[in-house]
Design a protein around this ligand. Structure first.
Ligand SMILES: Cc1cc2nc3c(=O)[nH]c(=O)nc-3n(C[C@H](O)[C@H](O)[C@H](O)COP(=O)(O)OP(=O)(O)OC[C@H]3O[C@@H](n4cnc5c(N)ncnc54)[C@H](O)[C@@H]3O)c2cc1C
Ligand code: SF4
Length: 577
């Protein structure tokens, strides 16, 4: 057997086979020729793109998923080491601007097959029903063009596909239980529970988190060593790389890793015809397609649409509303750290394992709209050192002595809803990347409601840490989880895509990632992005060839296709429902 090359190897039977990151895939990867017009090209194989690719392939469409980063071989490429995981992120230059600029690089979007799900902590809460109607309920932001009821069956399905472990009764939003039992508590979880209990705040222990509690099919259970954000070499943590991509390949999808899509082409009939991309050697190619889906994350998706400007679409593709790049959101993600007399050892568990959503909904007494969640996080030493430098100004011997005290510290993440603002946006910068493409310039400012929410939420999180018995409590301000910038809506003048991800301006151009989200709640976005992708897949599959030929838009909700789930979704592990 040759050593695996991009997942492919020559088996003793003489045929090429795929070796997935965990799974052995019995089918060789199908290769389409460039001269061949495929049905769909998907730009980006992350949370949204990975789920869509798998379903389109399973339904028999000819589909290619492009990703600018590698097809990870988890054995060869990943290390259980904080510094060594740096290459999982989109580290290419981005320009940051505004009064409250976002930090890029590590702790941002992913680059490589699986996208951000490779390095996500895998907290997997749903949005609340109220999140879809915040303008109607609270007079802020905007309502979604779909309701919680539209997404609920897809939440339930994805919770089985990943699968999600958590309590049998989760009390917030639309109360529900999880198919797999909760994980045991780590040191930080114990402290969150202790602090919340002292203050009478309900708390969820052991999830919801997309980490196996018990083995399933060819994936082993979690071994609680805390390297989730470094990729989880074990394979216990879900990522589309191991949950959906293998099934896509088994169903004749092609993945072209290390291929940076630079432009979407549109003909005079205003239809997308394919994409130009640069391969790993920097050579330029054109791939023909009957339809194009962009799933590149909330920065690269608007960047690609803007970089694809052409006659007839001078302001970028699908941008007649001037909304491409606008209404970008990040969640407030302050990290609150507390020092305890006892040993906490926060590295010894998945960082994501306990949370409270008790403050999620608007409470008029607080003086601002919407709310926040408080979650466990478990920074490893390099992140911890950076946090202490910011939070305490620690440096030199002072920082060294804090680092020697690392095992006594616990960290909570405060996750707060920042509202959508049109001036928070992605634009093209003057600077160019190595392919000569203008890079993204991202402007970010907080509004008054955002500032009040952050101040209150940060203080409440510190109060919980103190109530747990911390001798010292400090905090670092930061942001997490970018979404928006190509939002969905019913009105083509104020949104980029309709409720099925189809751009208002180009009938065979779709968006299928976090960019779609009109608002973000204070739930981590990954599960919602995947649920939206599964719903968009059902729509595309039901429309069939009409997408390729017709300008007509059917807005009927498609039936849900449970039969398109990856094969190991049903009948394995320790389901509780
Ligand atoms: C440290 C960290 C922890 C997180 N933890 C959680 C968590 O616990 N729970 C949660 O729900 N969310 C979490 N997130 C957020 C989550 O990872 C993202 O919200 C999610 O992955 C976004 O999905 P997406 O489909 O929009 O894009 P991504 O998953 O980022 O996928 C986009 C893909 O597109 C590719 N791409 C982009 N442009 C191009 C191009 N031009 N050509 C080819 N390929 C391209 C990229 O390489 C990438 O692979 C975390 C994020 C970080 C950084
Ligand atoms: S703690 Fe569990 S999910 Fe996280 S990296 Fe380790 S084995 Fe994977």
């Amino acid at each position: 057997m040759k050593s695996p090359l991009l997942g492919e190897f020559q088996a003793p039977d003489g045929k090429p086979h795929m070796l997935g990151p965990i799974q052995r895939i019995e089918t060789p990867m199908h290769r389409f020729s460039e001269a061949e017009e495929v049905d769909y090209v998907i730009v980006g194989v992350g949370a949204g793109g990975g789920v869509l690719l798998q379903r389109l392939a399973r339904a028999g469409f000819r589909v290619i998923g492009f990703d600018a980063g590698p097809f990870w071989d988890t054995e060869r490429d990943w290390v259980s080491d904080e510094k060594g995981a740096h290459n999982l992120y989109w580290n290419d230059l981005r320009i940051t601007a505004g009064r409250h600029p976002l930090a890029f690089g590590a702790n941002n979007s992913g680059k490589g097959v699986g996208g951000g799900t490779v390095h996500w902590a895998s907290f997997a809460p749903r949005l609340h029903p109220s999140d879809f109607r915040i303008h109607s309920i609270d007079g802020v932001g905007v309502d979604w063009p779909i309701s919680y009821a539209d997404l609920k069956p897809y939440y339930e399905l994805l919770e089985l596909e990943l699968p999600v472990s958590g309590p049998s009764y989760y009390p917030w939003g639309d109360p529900h239980g999880y198919p797999y039992g909760p994980h045991p508590m780590g040191g930080v979880g114990d402290i969150l529970i202790r602090g919340c209990t002292k203050l009478g705040i309900p708390v969820s222990a052991g999830g919801p988190v997309a980490i196996l509690n018990g083995s399933r099919a060819d994936r082993p259970h979690c071994i609680y060593r805390g390297f989730c954000i470094q990729g989880c070499k074990v394979g216990a943590k879900a990522s589309t790389l191991i949950t959906h991509v293998p099934d896509a390949i088994a169903n004749r999808a092609e993945i072209r890793p290390n291929c940076m899509v630079s432009r979407i082409h549109v003909n005079q009939q205003r239809r997308a015809t394919g994409v130009t991309y640069f391969d790993s050697q920097g050579r330029e190619h054109f791939q023909k397609a009957k339809a194009v889906v962009v799933a590149g994350y909330s920065i690269e998706t608007p960047r690609l649409l803007l970089n694809s400007a052409c006659p007839g679409f001078e302001n970028g593709l699908a941008n007649s509303s001037d909304c491409v790049g606008r209404y970008l959101m990040a969640q407030a993600g302050n990290v609150v750290l507390g020092r305890f007399e006892e040993l906490v050892r926060m590295y010894k568990a998945p960082p994501a394992h306990a949370l409270t959503e008790e403050f999620y909904e608007t409470d008029p007494k607080r003086g601002f709209a919407r709310g926040f969640a408080i979650q466990t996080v478990g920074p490893l030493p390099i992140s911890f050192a950076k946090q202490m430098m910011t939070a305490k100004g620690a440096w030199g011997w002072g920082l060294r002595s804090i680092m020697m005290d690392y095992n006594h510290w616990a960290a909570f993440g405060f996750l707060g809803e920042i509202l959508p603002h049109p001036e928070n946006r992605v634009q093209l910068a003057q600077e160019k990347d190595r392919f000569g493409l203008p890079i993204a310039k991202v402007t970010f400012n907080l509004g008054d409601n955002d500032k009040k929410l952050i101040e209150y939420g940060k203080n409440k999180t510190m109060e919980v840490m103190s109530a747990a018995g911390a001798q010292e409590v400090v905090q670092e301000a930061r942001y997490a989880h970018l979404v928006g910038a190509a939002r969905m809506g019913n009105n083509p003048e104020t949104s980029v895509v309709d409720r099925f991800g189809r751009t208002h301006d180009i009938a065979n151009l779709f968006i299928c990632d976090g960019s779609l989200m009109p608002t973000q709640g204070s739930a981590n976005p990954g599960l919602t992005i995947m649920a939206l992708a599964a719903r968009i897949a059902d729509y595309l599959i039901q429309q069939g060839g009409l997408i390729f030929e017709s300008e007509k838009r059917t807005m009927e909700t498609p039936p849900m296709r449970r039969d398109l789930s990856p094969p190991d979704t049903w009948g394995h592990g320790m389901p509780r429902l």
